[in-house]
Design a protein around this ligand. Sequence first.
Ligand code: CP
Length: 316
Amino acid sequence: MTPETPIRWTRKDLLGIAELSPAEIELILDTAESFSEIGERAIKKVPTLRGKTVLNLFFEASTRTRSSFEIAEKRLSADNINFSTSGSALEKGETLVDTALNLQAMAPDLVVIRHAHAGVPHMLARRIKAGVINAGDGAHEHPTQALLDAFTIRRHKGKLAGLKVAILGDIEHSRVVRSNIHLLNKMGAQVTIGGPRTLMPVEMESMGVEVAYSLEDAIRDADVIMMLRVQLERQGRMAFPSVKEYFQLFGLTTARLAAARDDVIIMHPGPMNRGTEIASEVADGPYSVILEQVTHGVSVRMAVLYLLSGVHEETV
Ligand code: CP
């Protein structure tokens, strides 16, 4: 294959960024670009996935990812069914595998799944015929978040290669940081991660990133700053003395932004802890692209649903 040969999407599932090639990442981002104008139309609907059925299985809380997938499915005219643990037979003791096999028996085309345990989407993908999309598995991966982050960066900077991207916060519990490191490394960006030593897992050193233990060192000359939520609910013990101290050391304020480039953009996957990892003046300030990330999430998920549905193969 020459570099000019257009790539075809051949994967059944989207389980992580780790297994994607740079060409596959670019294909998703370019497809998302072509879908983005649908969100600006008066009638935000196209018939692309008419007759396809998508199951949304969310075993963990979600605001952005869940509603973004649902909107993407509706914009593409897919039929969608939303399933959550509450009110399902899982509450009566049915195993996840039995639930999956029963859902498969209803012949969905795609399954979107979020689960607290790493690897559950992979297990599901091995057992069912439908394409599986990982909407976040434990602290492992959140591929569509990294793709929408890349889409947002590309919109502002016109490229990914060569950019300095600083990712700061609760690295230990973040699936967003792992998917972003895979994606940004593959696309030629330079990644620095920062946070307290108590929230910095040792494997980060081997992921091809620089590690900084102060906010100033991490964001120096950064083109992009991505703040991560401190996931207090996943911590067995507090990894820092108090929220006040965390904010003093690692909270992003306007004064601290001076160390970054003048045209820096500020990102956050949400939900934000205002006054813990980010000050409101920054979250709502002129450098913030946080709500744009949410808007672009719909286009990126439309692209992923479209590519995995196989309709591009059916119509050529
Ligand atoms: N970014 C993200 O995954 O947000 P939700 O948990 O609200 O889906």
